[in-house]
Write a new protein. Structure first.
Length: 144
């Protein structure tokens, strides 16, 4: 049985492409070592990330590395649960930027700010977030 965890957080400062690239490279290296897969999204100074793998490895990544990273604040755990199989099996850490969000949701979900809103934009915002991540992963798999 695998474990999947998702969170949203706020960037302390706007990030440029170089910083995002550094974050992604470090995440890919660490996750490959720990057999974690997942996806990272960044838009409007908001991070949304899904991690999956062995429960202890995923929790260690979240509670020891991610929660202590000074580049973001206001971490909010969206879900953490056991899953039968990986959703992002080919990605040590995939990345999705702002341009893909609207395109993959036909502009019904244009910003990650929906994930931090107190006003629901959908009946199940966690389901919308995971579906968004899955759609993007599927599209990138077809392209690759």
């Amino acid at each position: 049985m695998l474990f999947q965890l998702a969170y949203v957080s706020l960037s302390r400062v706007p990030l440029n492409e170089t910083t995002l690239s550094d974050i992604l490279e470090s995440s890919q290296r660490n996750n490959a070592r720990d057999e974690i897969t997942g996806i990272l999204m960044y838009h409007d100074e908001i991070f949304f990330q899904v991690l999956e793998g062995d429960r202890s490895a995923v929790e260690k990544c979240y509670y020891e590395r991610i929660s202590h990273d000074p580049r973001h604040t206001s971490l909010s755990l969206m879900w953490a649960d056991a899953f039968e199989s990986r959703t992002f099996m080919d990605w040590a850490m995939g990345y999705v930027g702002a341009d893909e969000i609207g395109r993959h949701t036909k502009n019904s979900f244009q910003s990650l700010s929906y994930l931090t809103s107190d006003e629901p934009v959908a009946a199940n915002i966690n389901g919308v977030a995971l579906e968004l991540a899955r759609l993007m992963f599927s599209d990138f798999q077809r392209r690759g």
